[in-house]
Design a protein around this ligand. Structure first.
Ligand SMILES: Cc1cc2nc3c(=O)[nH]c(=O)nc-3n(C[C@H](O)[C@H](O)[C@H](O)COP(=O)(O)OP(=O)(O)OC[C@H]3O[C@@H](n4cnc5c(N)ncnc54)[C@H](O)[C@@H]3O)c2cc1C
Length: 246
């Protein structure tokens, strides 16, 4: 096995550096990982918590920012009856956590890739897609469209940053789709994402377009079915499933 792969698969101890609220139920957690060798936008880590009696639980979390030395960031949605996410969304700075990675070679975006990129996020599925947008700020020339499905305005992650990016970057358009509660004056009534939300004006499917779809399992499956129905090639659709449909 090559040395790089061995390092990625090895558990190492990271230290929580900071934690800040993203929404009422989600927090962004900064970690210092000694010897971190960098990662690609879209990759994730595996994280392991071990109790005093030796019981341990492992979960995957996407990296929400491009590599920045030995610092990485995650954004975790608290699942009320979950084993791991309630701990992570309350973890204090200074705490040590075991993790390994970076993991994943398919659900990644590399700045050298020129394609037009359609990002489709459901809830916390925005996390790896945000890493791609943040990567694009400093490198690359691809055009991006983000379709982001959330229950209500209060559930938008990275809200101010996304508004600023959309205002300042001519390579980005953002459409937020509210599934339960929309702000007043929103033309589209609240509801699940549909084919109309996924159609990008001015873009055709054979334009070198690639789609990244991320969120709860049911969301990813339904969006993928719609995209294929609209004529997108299955090989141009990359997906990441976070777990049960919420
Ligand atoms: C590649 C990958 C990347 C991921 N990245 C992120 C990320 O960036 N941020 C993030 O918050 N999560 C992410 N997840 C989901 C994460 O790994 C956990 O599944 C999630 O945090 C729940 O873990 P838990 O231990 O709190 O809940 P569990 O103890 O596993 O589950 C408790 C209950 O919640 C349900 N449940 C489990 N997961 C979900 C879910 N995602 N949505 C709704 N209900 C659920 C279970 O069916 C169960 O009923 C990712 C998953 C994968 C596979």
């Amino acid at each position: 096995m090559d040395g790089g792969l061995t390092a990625k698969l090895q558990w190492r101890v990271a230290r929580v550096v900071d934690s800040s609220p993203e929404t009422e139920s989600a927090r962004t957690i900064g970690l210092a990982v000694p010897g971190w060798g960098g990662h690609l936008a879209g990759q994730h880590i595996d994280l392991k918590l071990t109790a005093e009696d030796g019981y341990s639980a492992q979960r995957s979390y996407s990296l929400s920012r491009p590599a920045d030395g030995e610092r990485i960031e995650l954004t975790v949605q608290r699942i009320a009856d979950g084993e791991v996410s309630p701990y992570l969304t309350a973890v204090p700075p200074g705490e040590e956590i075991e993790l390994r990675g970076p993991i994943g070679g398919w659900f990644v975006w590399r700045p050298a890739e020129e394609a037009r990129i359609l990002l489709v996020a459901g809830g916390s599925g925005i996390v790896p897609l945000m890493a791609m947008l943040r990567q694009r700020i400093s490198r690359g020339s691809a055009e991006f469209r983000l379709v982001y499905s959330v229950r209500s305005p209060a559930d938008i992650y990275y809200s101010q940053e996304l508004s600023r990016l959309e205002r300042d970057c001519d390579w980005l358009r953002v459409a937020v789709v509210y599934s339960r509660v929309a702000p007043p004056q929103t033309a589209r009534p609240p509801g699940r994402i549909d084919c109309g939300d996924l159609a990008v004006p001015g873009w055709t499917n054979d334009d070198g377009l690639r789609a990244y779809v991320c969120g709860p399992t049911g969301f990813v499956e339904s969006v993928t079915t719609m995209l294929i129905g609209q004529g997108h090639s299955p090989s141009a659709i990359r997906t990441e499933r976070f777990g049960p449909s919420g």
